[in-house]
Structure formats: structure tokens, C-alpha cells
Design a protein around this ligand. Structure first.
Ligand SMILES: Cc1cc2nc3c(=O)[nH]c(=O)nc-3n(C[C@H](O)[C@H](O)[C@H](O)COP(=O)(O)O)c2cc1C
Length: 129
């Protein structure tokens, strides 16, 4: 029996939107790192959610990963941010990626919608290629 007790420390919900696959690749890399750190990760594609209703979660750790479209976040991600309802004050991170153009609004817009929704974002990352 190992003296190292490996345990699951946190439950992460990673919500992602992707089209060409970059976002899926990035999400898998982040997921792998979290799992290496014994975190438990559930990956959810935004397009599997019913965005006509509120999206409620009790998750304490939430990551949102998405690309930049037309200088901002995709409309479906904005809709998701609008619909998201959390039951406590979760740790939320945003990870937006882009093709190298102007992309600051992809982070700003989602941060703003979540803020207006009473959700604080702890970490914001924008990755340029
Ligand atoms: C319709 C469309 C619009 C895009 N608009 C921008 C943009 O305004 N600025 C930018 O830097 N990249 C832009 N890109 C590039 C993507 O943000 C980038 O390739 C991203 O990593 C794609 O993620 P995905 O493969 O997960 O869909 C655009 C891509 C597409 C398909």
C-alpha cells in the first residue's frame, strides 16, 4: 500500500465551445494537467446545453474555454454566460483563444456578462497564436 494517498481535491466543470478543434485541444491539455493534480474534471460542450432555460450549477470550480469570433466571444458563449446561475461563489476561469487578431473583447464581453449576472471571474487568459 502506498504511503501517498491520492485523493480528488476539487470538482471542475469545464464548459467549452469549439468549431475547428483548437478549443478541444486546449481543453484536453488543461484537463490533463488538472487530472495530474488529482482534480476531478467534467467536460461539457456548450452546444449540448439547452440555452433557452437557465443553466444552474452547484460546481465550485468552473472553466469556460472558447475562441474569438469577429473580435469578440461567439454569440453562443454570450448566451451561455447570460443563462448561467451559480449557487455559491465558485472559482471561475475564462480561457479565450484567437488567431492572432484583436481579441480583447472576447474576454471582456464574457467577464462583463458574468459580472452583471453576479458571477466573479478569478482568472482570465487570452491566448494568441
Ligand atoms: C468565424 C471565425 C471568426 C474568427 N474571428 C477571429 C477574430 O476576430 N480574431 C482572431 O484573432 N481570430 C479569429 N478567428 C480565429 C479563431 O479564434 C481561432 O482559430 C480559434 O483558435 C478557433 O478555435 P476553435 O478551433 O476551437 O473553433 C476566427 C475564426 C472563425 C472560424
Amino acid at each position: 500500500m502506498s504511503i501517498f494517498k491520492r485523493g480528488v481535491y476539487h470538482d471542475y466543470r469545464i464548459i467549452l465551445f469549439y468549431s475547428t478543434g483548437n478549443g478541444l485541444h486546449i481543453t484536453k491539455s488543461i484537463q490533463k494537467k488538472l487530472i495530474e493534480n488529482n482534480e476531478n474534471v467534467t467536460r461539457i460542450a456548450i452546444n449540448t446545453l439547452d440555452l433557452t432555460k437557465p443553466i444552474t450549477t452547484t460546481a465550485k470550480h468552473i472553466g469556460i474555454i472558447y475562441p474569438t469570433y469577429a473580435l469578440t466571444a461567439p454569440a453562443i458563449v454570450k448566451e451561455f454566460a447570460n443563462r448561467l446561475q451559480v449557487s455559491s461563489s465558485p472559482y471561475v476561469f475564462l480561457y479565450a483563444h484567437c488567431g492572432g487578431g484583436a481579441a480583447a473583447d472576447s474576454i471582456y464581453s464574457i467577464n462583463r456578462i458574468l459580472y452583471d449576472n453576479g458571477i466573479h471571474v478569478a482568472l482570465k487568459e487570452l491566448m494568441y497564436r
